[in-house]
Design a protein around this ligand. Structure first.
Ligand code: ADP
Length: 302
């Protein structure tokens, strides 16, 4: 029976460490780190995500502000707001909650956030730096998965990993972190990585997964990963979150993994919810503190 990787507990541990880090930073004469979230429109899921992030920030001692703008705002107005926050001395982290309304260009908006305040790591310069193994802001979900793997003492060096899904915010950066050189600035994981996606034939997906010591799946397809695809003792990290109605008509959240069956063969497994989700929020806090420290340092050396 697999050991459960309790993301909720590990994230709580990290938040406690970060709270102490903020206390020390403030005790050293700095103002508290500050995070500004921009929420465009009224999407209920986005509202919940942002309010969870802001709650976590407050608990750690990070000042947070949510700027709400309506869904019919012109893209230029959003860009103006971002540029103003980029210049604002009292703002350390900026996050624009995705998805954006259809008339806005996600790439243009993500690129408008100053690299040093880009706590989501979505600016293309940060993405490029991450791919080059250079110090950068790393997207919170893959960073959270890396932290879960490290804190659970899962060996990745020279191991086989499969990433299922190649999205730009999760699958792609996850594959980079798993395969990158641990000696370089991203402190990555040195695994041999295969990326599977929607055009990977089912039989190939099964074959590659079966060879993997580590599977990270991020597709949003419930029960995509079955127990016959998992090697005995493998570590299975489930990034998928899908809301379904179960056989009793109750609404619930499920991942990409057939959890009840896969846990019988895996060595380690994350639950959904309570696995990767809380780690994403904890890593956003970590990135905000890093941004605040870097900006304070830069100010001192001027
Ligand atoms: P996220 O941003 O959360 O990673 P997306 O919905 O943007 O999620 O991406 C879903 C990913 O899942 C895509 O990269 C897609 O290719 C992949 N995917 C979809 N169906 C399958 C499948 N049957 N097998 C493997 N990967 C799949």
């Amino acid at each position: 029976m697999a050991q459960l990787i309790d993301g909720k507990a590990i994230a709580a541990e990290i938040r406690a460490e970060l709270r102490k880090e903020v206390e020390d930073f403030v005790a050293a004469g700095n103002r508290a780190p500050q995070l500004t979230a921009i929420l465009v429109g009224e999407d209920p899921a986005s509202q919940t995500y942002v309010s969870n992030k802001m709650k976590a920030a407050a608990e750690i001692g990070i000042n947070s502000v949510t700027k709400r703008i309506s869904a019919d705002t012109k893209e230029q107005e959003l860009l103006d707001l971002i540029h103003q926050l980029n210049k604002e001395d009292t703002v350390d982290g900026i996050l624009v909650q995705l998805p954006l309304p259809p008339h806005m260009h996600e790439r243009v908006v993500c690129n408008a956030v100053a690299c040093e305040k880009d706590v989501d790591g979505f600016n293309e310069i940060n993405v490029g730096r991450m791919c080059l193994d250079m110090k950068s802001m790393i997207p919170c979900t893959p960073l959270g998965v890396q932290e879960l793997i490290k804190r659970s003492n899962i060996e990745t060096f020279g191991k086989n990993a499969v990433v299922v899904g190649r999205s730009k915010n999760v699958g792609m950066p996850m594959a980079m972190l798993l395969s990158s050189d641990g000696k370089n600035e991203t402190s990555a994981m040195d695994a041999t990585v295969t990326v599977c996606h929607r055009y990977t034939p089912r039989s190939e997906l099964e074959k590659y997964c079966k060879l993997a010591d580590i599977i990270v799946t991020a597709t949003g397809i419930p029960s995509l990963i079955k127990s016959n695809m998992v090697k005995e003792g493998a570590c299975v990290i489930d990034v998928g979150i899908t809301r379904i109605t179960d056989e009793n008509g109750k609404s619930k959240l499920v991942g990409d993994v057939d959890f009840n069956e896969v846990k019988k063969v895996a060595g380690h497994i994350t639950p959904v919810p309570g696995g990767v989700g809380p780690m994403t929020v904890a890593m956003l806090m970590k990135n905000t503190i890093t941004a605040a420290k870097n900006l304070a340092e830069a100010k001192k050396s001027h």
